[in-house]
Design a protein around this ligand. Structure first.
Ligand SMILES: [Zn+2]
Length: 256
């Protein structure tokens, strides 16, 4: 009897440890050279600009309350989005721009690397998806995408904000999100301290596009993770499969 209990606990602990995942480029050693990462919300529509800026600041606050430090700084500027800054923008041509399905993708986070660093990032919101017109959901989407910006990929834990599917009743960050962000920030700081250079870093000066860290926050599937049963073996197998697919998928491949 005792043996069985220990075994179960081991499996659960293992599964939990496997829940959050890191983006491929972060795993490959790329990182932000300093915190906070400065983002600018850009929009030609003053009302939308104000709304997205407020929600982005909310989203930052949620993470920073959990992690207790300044990771992002959000400012705003009215006008057409530029391409040489870290920007958050609303796109009415989302499908065309990203190659992702407009009906099932709420937003995307794109990270660009230069040398050993993430040099720039963009959060593009799908302006043609009705759920982004609902403040509560748009806020959740921004919390999720900010996680991608620092190196978190989709969590296998369906209750995490970093799960691939939008939580319709989002109630705040899950401990898995916090664990993932703690790890990502800690590892980034370690790399910053030692001036880590990934063996995959290019020495050239051109900024290159990193693999798309995330495609989707998908509402259409309806099934979250491995289902309610949450069989550890199944989850692990799925995780390995996803990891293999992620390694093999070219840029523009959908993450989930
Ligand atoms: Zn995502």
């Amino acid at each position: 009897m005792k043996k069985l209990i220990v075994f179960c606990f081991t499996l659960i602990a293992w599964q939990n440890a496997m829940a959050y995942r890191l983006t491929t480029d972060f795993e490959n050693g790329f990182y932000w050279s300093s915190f906070p990462v400065n983002f600018i919300v850009m929009d030609t529509d003053p009302n939308r600009l104000q709304l997205i800026t407020a929600l982005a600041n909310n989203a930052v606050q949620e993470w920073e309350d959990a992690i207790t430090e300044g990771l992002w700084n959000i400012s705003s500027q009215q006008g057409s989005p530029v391409s040489n800054r870290n920007i958050i923008r609303w796109s009415t041509k989302f499908g065309k721009e990203t190659g992702l399905a407009e009906s099932s993708t709420l937003a995307v986070a794109v990270r660009y690397t230069k040398g050993p660093y993430v040099a720039r990032a963009e959060i593009i919101i799908n302006g043609n998806h009705p759920l982004n017109g609902i403040q509560e959901h748009l806020n959740t989407v921004l919390v999720h995408e900010l996680g991608h910006i620092l190196g978190l990929d989709h969590s296998e834990n369906g209750d995490a904000v970093m799960a691939a599917q939008l939580q319709q009743r989002y109630q705040g960050l899950h401990w898995d999100d916090q664990n993932g962000m703690d790890y990502t920030v800690g590892e980034t700081k370690r790399r910053q301290l030692i001036g880590f250079v990934s063996p995959l870093a290019s020495s050239g000066e051109t900024t290159e596009e990193s693999p798309l860290s995330c495609g989707t926050v998908d509402m259409s599937g309806g099934s979250s993770g491995g289902g309610g049963g949450s069989n550890p073996i199944f989850s692990l197998g799925l995780g390995l499969l996803l990891a293999l697919l992620a390694l093999k998928s070219p840029f523009k491949g959908r993450a989930a």
